[in-house]
Design a protein around this ligand. Structure first.
Ligand SMILES: N[C@@H](CCC(=O)N[C@@H](CS)C(=O)NCC(=O)O)C(=O)O
Length: 186
C-alpha cells in the first residue's frame, strides 16, 4: 500500500500512526504541493493507493486501514463528533498557516478573523473534554495529538490557556507510534 504525503503534515501523521498500529505493509512516498496537484483532485496530502483502491482524504484512509486490520474506528457518535471538531479546528489552523505564509494579512478579512477565533473556540471546547492519558488511543485522540503537536511545531498555537490539552499531549508524546512519527526538527 502506498501512502503519499509529507513528514510534517498532521493529517499524514495520523495515517502513518494507524498504519504502524495495523501492522500492514506500507510505503510513504514523499509528495510536495506540485506532485499532489498532479496526482489528487484535492491537491492535498495525504492520498493513498492500494491496488485498485484510491483514497483522497485522511478520514477515509484511516477508516480503510482500521477496517482492513480489524481495528475499531470512531464507533461512538460522541467520539465521532469530537473527531469532527478537531478536524474543523485543524483545517482552520492549517488554512491560516498557508495564507499567512503567502503574505495574506488576516486583519484585512472578517472571514479570516473568524477562522482565527474558530481555532480558539474549538481548542477551548476540546480542553473541557475527557481525554485519555495512555494508550489505547482512539482516532479522535490521535487526531487531536497530531493537531496539537503540529500547531506547536509551526508556532500556530499555544497551550498555555489549555492545561488539559497540554497534559494530554505530554502523555501522547510517550506513546511509541506517536513518538516515532514526530515531524523532523525545523
Ligand atoms: N481533508 C484533508 C485535509 C488535508 C490537508 O489539508 N493537507 C494539507 C497538508 S497538512 C495540504 O496538503 N494542503 C495543501 C493545500 O491546501 O494546497 C484530509 O483530511 O486529508
Amino acid at each position: 500500500m502506498k501512502l503519499y504525503g509529507s513528514y510534517t503534515s498532521p493529517f499524514v501523521r495520523h495515517c502513518r500512526i494507524a498504519l504502524l498500529e495495523s501492522g500492514l505493509d506500507f510505503e510513504l512516498i514523499e509528495t510536495d504541493n506540485k506532485a499532489s496537484a498532479q496526482q489528487s483532485p484535492t491537491q492535498k496530502v495525504p492520498f493513498l493507493q492500494d491496488g485498485d483502491t484510491v483514497l483522497t482524504d485522511s478520514t477515509a484512509i484511516i477508516k480503510y486501514i482500521r477496517e482492513k486490520s480489524g481495528q475499531p474506528y470512531l464507533a461512538d457518535i460522541t467520539e465521532y463528533d469530537a473527531f469532527c471538531l478537531v478536524n474543523t479546528s485543524m483545517d482552520a489552523c492549517v488554512n491560516l498557516f498557508f495564507l499567512e505564509r503567502d503574505g495574506i494579512n488576516v486583519e484585512q478579512s472578517s472571514y479570516l478573523q473568524r477562522q482565527r477565533t474558530r481555532v480558539d473556540s474549538t481548542l477551548a471546547e476540546l480542553d473541557q473534554m475527557p481525554l485519555p492519558k495512555h494508550s489505547p488511543y482512539g482516532d479522535m485522540a490521535l487526531r487531536l495529538a497530531c493537531y496539537l503537536a503540529w500547531g506547536l511545531y509551526r508556532g500556530r498555537i499555544s497551550l498555555a490557556a489549555y492545561p488539559n490539552l497540554a497534559v494530554f499531549l505530554e502523555h501522547a508524546n510517550q506513546y511509541p507510534a506517536f513518538a516515532q512519527t514526530a515531524p523532523p526538527p525545523l
